[in-house]
Design a protein around this ligand. Structure first.
Ligand SMILES: [Zn+2]
Length: 295
């Protein structure tokens, strides 16, 4: 009898010790953010800081995001998210389907195309527009603050730091615009289109690019126009998407090389081990080198 009491007491003490320990070290569960693309996940991490757990769905540099199909693990991640970020414009329609599966229990949802007021048919590669990430960062800070009022000042400080960190990129865009605006270039896929527009570059062969983006064969007339641009040196640069290519695109790359037109490969998703800011600055540095050779 006595022994049983002692045992019960010692168990009760252990539980009390455990509870006290847990209370002392308890951290609130991180806010789960799921971004359809890894560049939006990067911004979510920069704004959310240590209090968020961010999952990126599209990040494989060897995959064409336009051809992505969601797996059950993606569905599970979205089912548990407090905030989701999608690009929109048909780039990640699978996201909407998985969100619909949650029924009435919807997370806070940021659709970047809606944020920027882009309509169906617009170039979906919105993250190459210099104005996109500042807007995404602001939407994230608002969503996080609504969920976690206690850390409102932290989110505001990180938002400010992020906006400040975009200044070198914006300065670079302005400098390159001054130097290269009006220069005709071409591309095999429209991934860089938004940045090219911000730089004032004149991008030719848009219909060809849409065919490659949509994984269809470009029309013979579009191929002929592209080839003529390269052969007759009507463009100063050919940009190709390292993640979305087809035989027609590869042929244009070969022809550009034969014709002595500089070639620049850009990626659809953010490379591993960098930040959005660094990625864009490095891409612009490579563009500047290529265009300087061309002039
Ligand atoms: Zn693309």
């Amino acid at each position: 009898m006595r022994r049983r009491t002692l045992l019960a007491t010692s168990i009760a003490t252990s539980i009390a010790t455990l509870l006290a320990g847990a209370a002392a070290t308890a951290e609130p569960a991180p806010i789960s953010i799921v971004a359809a693309e890894n560049f939006y996940a990067d911004i979510a991490g920069q704004i959310g800081g240590p209090g968020v757990a961010v999952t990126a769905i599209l990040s494989n540099p060897d995959e064409d995001p336009h051809l992505f199909e969601a797996s059950p693990s993606v569905a599970r991640a979205i089912a548990g998210a407090a905030i989701v970020i999608a690009n929109g414009l048909g780039y990640d329609d699978w996201m909407g389907k998985l969100l619909a599966a949650r029924g009435a229990a919807q997370p806070k949802s940021i659709v970047v195309a809606d944020l920027l007021g882009r309509k169906a048919g617009a170039n979906p590669h919105l993250w190459y527009a210099p104005a996109t990430m500042p807007a995404v960062a602001e939407a994230l800070a608002t969503a996080l603050t609504a969920i976690d009022q206690a850390h409102a000042a932290d989110y505001a400080a990180r938002l400010q730091a992020f906006q400040d960190s975009m200044a070198p990129l914006q300065a670079r865009v302005a400098a390159l615009h001054k130097r290269f605006a009006g220069l005709p270039i071409t591309a095999t896929e429209p991934v860089f289109g938004e940045m090219a527009a911000a730089l004032g570059l004149v991008v030719r062969n848009v219909r060809f690019q849409l065919s490659v983006m949509n994984d269809t064969e470009p029309a013979a007339s579009d191929i002929a126009a592209f080839e003529a641009d390269l052969r007759h040196h009507r463009v100063h640069l050919l940009i190709y998407n390292v993640q979305a290519t087809n035989t027609a695109a590869q042929r244009m790359q070969r022809l550009a090389k034969e014709s002595g037109i500089p070639i620049l490969g850009v990626s659809e998703t953010e490379p591993a081990g960098t930040t959005y800011q660094r990625w864009m600055l490095e891409t612009l540095a490579a563009l500047e080198t290529a265009l300087a050779v061309a002039r």
